[in-house]
Design a protein around this ligand. Structure first.
Ligand code: UDP
Ligand code: MG
Length: 136
C-alpha cells in the first residue's frame, strides 16, 4: 500500500463567488481526501503571476493571473492515497466542456478559464505549491 500523499487544491474565484466551497469540499471528503489545512485568501496579481510562472509563455497567462487575483480563493492541502492523481480525476478536464460526468469542472465549471478548481499535477509541483501557500 502506498503511503498517503499531499496535494494542493484551489477553489477559484468563480466557485467561491457562487458559494460552492462546501459542495467542493464535500466531494474531496467523500472520496477519502482529507483536508489537512485550508484558508480563504485574496492574492495579488503579482502573487498569481509567481504561482502560475510555468505558464508565463502561454497566451492566456496575463488573463489567468488577473482572474486568479480577481476575488477570494480557498487554498487547501488534501491528503490521502494517490491524492495528486485522485484530485486530478475528481477535477476533470481543464475545459469543462470536455470534463466527464460528476467531475467538479463538469458540475460547476463555467468555461476553460473559469473552471472552478486548480490541482497540482505532479509530486514535485504539489510540494512547491503547498510551500507557496502554507510554508511562511
Ligand atoms: N487556461 C486558460 N485557457 C487555456 C488553458 C488554460 O484560461 O487555453 C487556464 C485554466 O484556468 C487552467 C489554467 O489556465 O485551469 C492552467 O492551465 P493548465 O493547462 O495547467 O490546466 P489545469 O492543470 O488547471 O487543468
Ligand atoms: Mg495545471
Amino acid at each position: 500500500m502506498n503511503s498517503p500523499e499531499q496535494t494542493l487544491s484551489i477553489i477559484k474565484p468563480d466557485a467561491v463567488e457562487r458559494n460552492l466551497i462546501e459542495d467542493i469540499k464535500s466531494i474531496f471528503i467523500q472520496n477519502n481526501l482529507s483536508i489537512k489545512d485550508n484558508k480563504k485568501i485574496h492574492i495579488t496579481k503579482e502573487e498569481a503571476a509567481e504561482f502560475y510562472k510555468v505558464h508565463q509563455s502561454k497566451p492566456f497567462y496575463n488573463d489567468l493571473c488577473s482572474y486568479l487575483s480577481s476575488g477570494p480563493i480557498v487554498v487547501l492541502i488534501l491528503e490521502g492515497e494517490d491524492a495528486i492523481s485522485k484530485n486530478r480525476k475528481l477535477m476533470g478536464a481543464t475545459d469543462p466542456k470536455n470534463a466527464k460526468e460528476n467531475t467538479i469542472r463538469k458540475l460547476y465549471g463555467i468555461s476553460i478559464d473559469k473552471n472552478s478548481v486548480h490541482g497540482s499535477d505532479s509530486a514535485e509541483n504539489a510540494k512547491k505549491e503547498i510551500e507557496f501557500f502554507f510554508k511562511n
